[in-house]
Design a protein around this ligand. Structure first.
Ligand SMILES: [Zn+2]
Length: 240
């Protein structure tokens, strides 16, 4: 009986892996334009959990950037994640994680769990957008990717910022189904920008989550192991 259960589990694992590798390897990346990006997220670790391929591609030429030149990506973290742990610890982890990949981070200190597109938040991001000379805004889509209300608010906030800065460009990370998220990746990958990590970059993205020690509960390990957001990001242009 035990042998049957073990061999059944092994067979399922093999089928899971074979289908995952076959489908993901068929996804063709489109590459991305070298621009100065503003990534708007809700919580420390969002950038790593959902936008890994984007960050890999946007910062891969970072080594050739001279001291004093602008960062390719500025990450705006709207909250400091107070509902998921100590804010100071989470900010410290985020700073280390983001700076290690060659980007900069700014914290807005909005209330975790209560993020909305109020005027003061929009104004703060407009100021960062202007002062850091950003040319593209990247964030979650209207569905928030995981459905979190703070993620959905990031989309609304970014849309307002984009509209008000005049010549703004806004790209939204496509929400995908659970099967796509934990198994086969975005099917069809019909977005305007498809960013696909190399194997080395996929491993680096997963290792990057190690900076968020306070968040490494058992289910996070499962997410890190299986989430296809660590391998492929599909973006749609919303404005610009
Ligand atoms: Zn989040």
């Amino acid at each position: 009986m035990l042998i049957e259960v073990v061999s059944g589990a092994l067979l399922l694992a093999l089928v899971y892996l074979a289908v995952r590798v076959a489908v993901l390897s068929g996804v063709a990346g489109t590459g991305m334009v070298k621009e100065r990006y503003l990534l708007v997220v809700a919580h420390p670790d969002d950038e790593c959990m959902f936008f890994g391929p984007f960050l890999s591609k946007a910062t891969e030429h970072r080594k050739s950037v001279k001291i004093g030149e602008v960062e390719p990506v500025v990450v705006v973290m709207c909250t400091s994640g107070g509902r998921g742990g100590d804010r100071c610890v989470r900010k410290r982890e985020a700073k280390k994680a983001v700076e290690e990949i060659g980007a900069a981070v700014v914290f807005l200190e909005e209330e975790d769990g209560e993020l909305d597109a109020k005027k003061s938040t929009v104004e703060k991001i407009k100021k960062i957008h202007r002062e850091t000379g950003r040319t593209r805004i990247v964030t979650f889509d209207a569905g928030g990717v995981s459905g979190h209300p703070d993620h959905k608010a990031c989309f609304e906030i970014s849309r307002k910022v984009c509209r008000e800065v005049g010549d703004g460009y806004l790209y939204a990370l496509s929400s995908i189904s659970l099967v796509e998220k934990y198994w086969v990746g975005p099917l069809g990958a019909k977005g305007e920008v498809v960013l696909k990590n190399s194997i080395r970059q996929s491993v680096a993205c997963r290792r990057q989550m190690g900076q968020y020690k306070s968040q490494l509960l058992w289910f996070r390990y499962a997410y890190i192991a299986f989430s296809t957001y660590m391998d492929v990001n599909v973006f749609r242009k919303v404005m610009g």
